[in-house]
Design a protein around this ligand. Structure first.
Ligand code: MN
Length: 332
């Protein structure tokens, strides 16, 4: 039996499901969780939604977003099945979830994802690196299961596609993307309402933050690398939080000739009070930045990846840039 056949069986037979995704969830993570979970609820199943960081404010417009728990403390009993979406590695769900796995209450663990991986960490996997979003994989899974896609489910799944394709602009946008999106619009997703909610509902403070981050823009001598950074001081100064840097990496990426763009975001200090930087990497297509992120213990896709590096910004940049130059045979 294939994994897909077994997943269909586990989902049909199961009564109680836990659905989760990676920390710092984006629109694909939350939209996939809700799109899948609402469909299971419609089929009469009990579903518990869990994400360590809850639903970010910008995604609260998603139908069902209030159902997402940010703790497993109050969850009793065991599940028949745990579905982990938009995430290949259970450690990215967080420590609380890893303890939950050890407690043996997860039932069959299923990973549904479109990230590239060599070692997924569950019993069953539904992986398709060619899918524009995890929500697209969920869409086909719901079809296979003959589950109805209600307007609320359509809104969630359509959102996963919009955010992961950069509004149908990135190279992961295919004929199929438009076909599925068109179907979801027919089923009740409103493109204008969704793009307005995602892209044109920015808090003023986020634009103030952009105003202090953009002057940090630099380009390497050969013009291949470009980056900006946001330190904790800037966040404090503008009363913003880390999630407000979302999308900033697109500014260095938009420069003509740039092949790899980066956003360095200062995180809470780690052990020994050492500075840590969350690095978002974007490729304009020629090179695979997930290879770079993996070298620093992170991961992602060919064109979008991330990792966490400890050290001063100068040191972190130096290590990262030499790794990039070496990996792609570019001379500094
Ligand atoms: Mn995704």
């Amino acid at each position: 039996m294939s994994d897909l056949e077994r997943i269909v069986q586990v989902v049909r037979e199961g009564k109680r499901f836990l659905i989760t995704s990676h920390e710092n969830p984006d629109g694909d993570a939350i939209g996939s969780m809700l799109g899948l979970g609402l469909a299971l609820e419609m089929a009469g199943k009990e579903v518990v939604f869990y994400n360590k960081d809850g639903t970010p404010g910008v995604l609260e417009f998603l139908p069902g977003s209030e159902k997402v728990n940010s703790s497993l403390n109050f969850i009793h009993g065991s599940f028949d099945c745990t579905l982990i979406v938009d995430c290949t590695d259970t450690s990215r769900v967080g420590k609380e979830f890893e303890r939950f796995i050890v407690s043996g209450r997860c039932g069959t663990k299923v990973i549904v994802d479109h990230h590239q991986t060599n070692k997924p960490s569950a019993e069953l996997h539904l992986l398709n690196p060619d899918a524009s979003s995890t929500g697209m994989i969920i869409y086909f899974l719901l079809k296979t299961l003959s589950l109805k896609i209600t307007p609320d489910i359509a809104k969630n799944l359509y959102t996963t596609i919009v955010v992961d394709t950069g509004s149908f602009r990135y190279s992961n946008t295919t004929q199929e993307t438009f076909r599925v999106a068109a179907d979801l619009v027919e089923l009740g997703a409103d493109p204008w309402q969704i793009s307005r909610a995602i892209y044109e509902s920015e808090p003023l403070a986020k634009l103030k933050l952009l105003g202090v981050v953009l002057p940090t823009l630099e380009v390497s001598e050969d013009g291949r690398l470009a980056w900006v950074f946001a330190n904790r001081e800037m966040l404090k100064m503008t009363s913003t939080s880390r999630e407000d840097t979302e999308g900033f990496v697109n500014f260095p990426r938009s420069i003509k000739g740039v092949e790899v763009a980066m956003l360095f975001r200062e995180e809470e200090p780690g052990d020994n009070n050492r500075t840590r930087w969350k690095v978002s990497l974007r490729s304009n297509g020629g090179v695979n930045v997930s290879l770079i992120a993996e070298k620093f213990g992170g991961g992602g896709h060919k064109r979008a990846a991330g990792c966490l590096i400890t050290g001063t910004l100068t040191d972190v940049k130096h290590r990262l840039f030499s790794t990039i130059n070496e990996a792609f045979g570019w001379t500094e």
